[in-house]
Write a new protein. Structure first.
Length: 431
């Protein structure tokens, strides 16, 4: 008993070592691949999905244990069992913490994701770097300054009569400098003009005799040039819009919507002239995108007229008709090909003498919707005796006859396209 107690700790230690060995060995039988982290960049508080695929590489069913570590800290585990050679996806969802870079480890596979602050992604000023914002502001300021200068800058055109050269005038006027005009107010209505001899007095000169400064011009005496040129003649008003026709297309109808191959189809539409002048309009019909027909309509202002097309299609199938954006579909059902049946075999007479005629006939019917040719074959005693070729239209039938003469007595088995019968040639007795 004492020896058993002494061996108990040793047995426990061996059991733990064995369990650990089995666990490690079991984990070695699994392979984790295809690590995926979505999204790679999130804001604080958002969720991150981490997925991978685990496969059992052993020949027996085993239990796996997948551990998710973020920044070397165990965040989550998933356990399960897989059959030999099987695989299945595993998925973990974590909530992003403080801003920063995070390293992901999943049973040896590694990856990473980044957490940013909400303001870093939602701020308007965070769209561009600081240098780009400075450049944009500088450009806006320069443009505003240019607009202000162009708005307030006066015209630089030279004003006629605004300067007087420093020489004696043609009419004996004393020379005056243009840069120092005499500060004499311009006489207005009711004011007293200075005497002729006064230095400020100016003789009246005809316009164009010499340039007269503005300060010496009497109101109404000379035309006073301003900073803006005199208005010229008024421009002619814009001509009214030319009268013209304006067309519209409506009410597209297809009758009938389903026909047999070769049957006519009627396509109709209404064309209206909503303009103020008569004109010609070309109505274009397209079938499956290809131009099928064109018709021209002459319409007076406010008039409407129908455009009708009749088409025939031999090939079966679905078709799409279009007239100036209006469209509709119709179906052409292919015809049933010619197929024949033989009936009503008649052998007359069934007993004849040697050398007498036997008539063998049957009715051939074309059950198809297309005309065709048919060859009827007559067999006697299993051998081909005669053939007859006929042409039949859709639904038509015709009796085909063979006239047979035999000199050898006996029974003759008759076969015509699966129909059977017989006749007898009797021996002629001579006494």
């Amino acid at each position: 008993m004492r020896k058993l107690l002494c061996m108990l700790p040793v047995i426990s230690i061996l059991a733990l070592v064995l369990a650990a060995t089995v666990s490690v060995s079991a984990q070695d039988n699994f392979e984790v691949t295809d690590l995926s982290i979505s999204p790679k960049s999130v804001t604080e508080g958002e969720s991150v999905t981490i997925t991978a695929v685990i496969a059992n590489t052993d020949n027996t069913e085993s239990t796996y244990n997948v551990e998710l570590k973020i920044n070397d800290e165990l965040k989550d585990t998933e356990e399960g069992s897989l059959a030999a050679g099987a695989s299945q996806p595993v998925e973990f969802t974590v909530i992003a913490g403080a801003p920063g870079d995070y390293k992901v480890d999943l049973n040896g596979l590694s990856g990473s994701f980044t957490v940013t602050t909400p303001s870093a992604t939602t701020s308007f000023w965070g769209i561009f770097p600081k240098e780009i914002w400075i450049t944009i502001v500088a450009i806006i300021v320069v443009l505003l300054v240019l607009v202000i200068l162009l708005t307030v800058m006066p015209s630089r055109k030279k004003q006629p009569g605004s300067t007087i050269k420093g020489t004696k005038g043609k009419q004996g006027l004393p020379s005056m400098q243009a840069a120092t005009p005499i500060p004499t107010p311009i006489p207005g209505p009711g004011s007293i003009s200075p005497p002729i001899g006064h230095p400020t007095a100016m003789p009246t000169q005809a316009p164009g005799a010499f340039p007269v400064p503005e300060q010496f011009q009497m109101p109404g005496q000379f035309p006073t040039p301003g900073p803006f040129p005199a208005p010229g003649p008024m421009a002619a008003p814009y001509p009214q819009y030319a009268r013209r026709p304006i067309f519209s297309v409506s009410n597209l109808t297809i009758t009938p919507n389903q026909v047999k191959s070769g049957e006519p189809i009627t396509i109709n539409t209404i064309v209206s002239n909503n303009g103020s002048e008569a004109g010609t309009y070309s109505v274009v019909l397209r079938i499956n995108g290809m131009v099928e027909n064109i018709t021209d309509l002459m319409l007076s202002p406010g008039a409407s007229q129908s455009a009708t097309f009749t088409i025939i299609k031999d090939a079966g199938g679905d078709y799409y008709a279009e007239v100036d954006g209006l469209g509709g579909a119709f179906t052409v059902v292919p015809l049933v090909p010619a197929n024949f049946s033989v009936s009503n075999l008649v052998i007359a007479p069934e007993r004849v003498k040697q050398g007498e005629k036997v008539t063998i006939s049957a009715i051939v019917t074309n059950n198809g919707e297309v005309a065709g040719n048919y060859t009827m074959v007559l067999k006697l005693k299993g051998a081909v005796e005669s053939t007859e070729e006929i042409s039949l239209g859709p639904g038509e039938n015709q009796r085909v006859a063979f006239n047979i003469t035999k000199s050898t007595p006996g029974f003759y088995n008759v076969e015509v396209e699966g129909l059977t019968g017989r006749f007898v040639i009797e021996m002629e007795w001579q006494g």
